[in-house]
Design a protein around this ligand. Structure first.
Ligand code: ATP
Ligand code: MG
Length: 325
């Protein structure tokens, strides 16, 4: 059966790096049916909405989506799109590559972040007289679901799991999270370590090699994965996945990069690595690995885009990756 892939370049350099990633996907073995859809500032100007219903329908009907970036309308695009795929897990690998300047060149870890609750519940109140509150929601079902996903991901990648939390302070909510993780681990016969999230921030900075898969509540995952992004160098290198039960959306971590958009020199690595995650997610593990190693060789041997000190264009880098498949 042909897998259906929704392609949403969006705005800014999304329009440059997503086509580059599609070229790489087209050069791999599986034959995909691509459907391009629009989202972001440009379509908002034309049609009055940054996320037309037809785009949501395309994403819902597809097996997976590759998304670029959206400009000012980003929040109105990406949040509903993540919802459209039923995303409950945000997966962010942070990996340093030979040939790319990095604060910690030995970094190679993956954040698996709970993506539906915690302090991003949206339940905030203004009680008046200068007092505001936020409700932190942690449910057993969402905690179990992310734990099952995280342990399964670690199994597939033969990786150790570290669970981060702040249950010494947030006893009830992170206590619930930890209990659910522990129950899932016991059912699977899996081992794991735990680390307080504040201590983990320091340890990640000093020695990221201690960690493989880091399973995080929502806010901790947001902050710590950005910290790890700083360990590995350019924003142009970081892919991500938003995974749901039977659909998923893949996107580079970077935004529209208005400062370089339109020049054809955006680094396509993050988008191509997002495409590699898409391949692996759909079960094309060999293909995903081949794309990853082709990107790796290209980062190491060139050509490189200006953000990495080179002079190559987006298309030249994509062509080099394709030639190394
Ligand atoms: P947005 O609001 O869409 O996030 P931004 O101004 O925050 O836009 P980002 O896309 O987040 O821009 O990028 C931040 C910086 O990193 C910019 O200077 C941008 O040029 C650079 N950058 C990001 N992605 C890439 C890439 N793929 N290739 C080269 N440079 C990049
Ligand atoms: Mg940004």
């Amino acid at each position: 059966m042909t897998d259906e892939i929704a392609i949403i370049p969006g705005d800014g350099i999304g329009r440059e790096v997503v086509p580059a990633a599609v070229r790489v996907l087209e050069a791999t073995e599986p034959s995909f049916a691509f459907t391009e859809a629009e989202a972001g500032d440009a379509v908002a100007e034309r049609e009055g909405t940054p996320l037309p219903d037809s785009t949501v329908e395309t994403v819902e009907a597809a097996d997976a989506t590759l998304f670029g970036a959206a400009g000012e309308t980003a929040a109105d695009v990406i949040l509903p799109l993540r919802e459209a795929v039923g995303s409950f897990a945000n997966v962010r690998p942070a990996r340093a590559y030979p040939g790319v300047d990095a604060l910690r060149p030995e970094t190679d870890l993956v954040f698996v972040r709970e993506n539906t609750e915690g302090v991003y519940s949206g339940i905030e109140s203004d009680l008046g007289e200068g007092v505001t509150t936020l409700t932190r929601v942690v449910t057993e079902s969402a905690s179990r679901r992310i734990a099952e996903f995280g342990f399964a991901y670690a199994d597939e990648h033969d990786a150790d799991v570290t669970v981060t939390h702040k249950a010494n302070v947030m006893r009830t909510t992170d206590g619930r999270f930890l209990d659910a993780v522990d129950a899932v681990a016991a059912e699977r016969g899996a081992d794991y370590d735990t680390e307080l999230m504040d201590a983990l921030a320091t340890k990640l900075l000093l020695d990221p090699t201690q960690y493989d898969v880091v399973l995080c509540p929502n806010l901790a995952g947001d902050v710590l994965s950005d910290l790890a992004a700083g360990l590995v160098g350019g924003l142009g290198l970081l892919p991500s996945a938003n995974v749901g039960a039977d659909n998923a959306l893949f996107e580079p971590v970077h935004g529209t990069a208005p400062d370089i958009a339109g020049e054809g020199v955006a680094n396509p690595a993050a988008a191509i690595l997002s495409a590699a995650m898409l391949l692996t997610h759909l079960g094309y593990e060999d293909e995903g690995a081949r794309v990853r190693s082709a990107v790796e060789r290209t980062l190491e041997e060139g050509p490189r885009t200006p953000d990495l000190g080179g002079t190559a264009t987006t298309d030249e880098v994509a062509a080099a990756v394709v030639s190394r498949l």
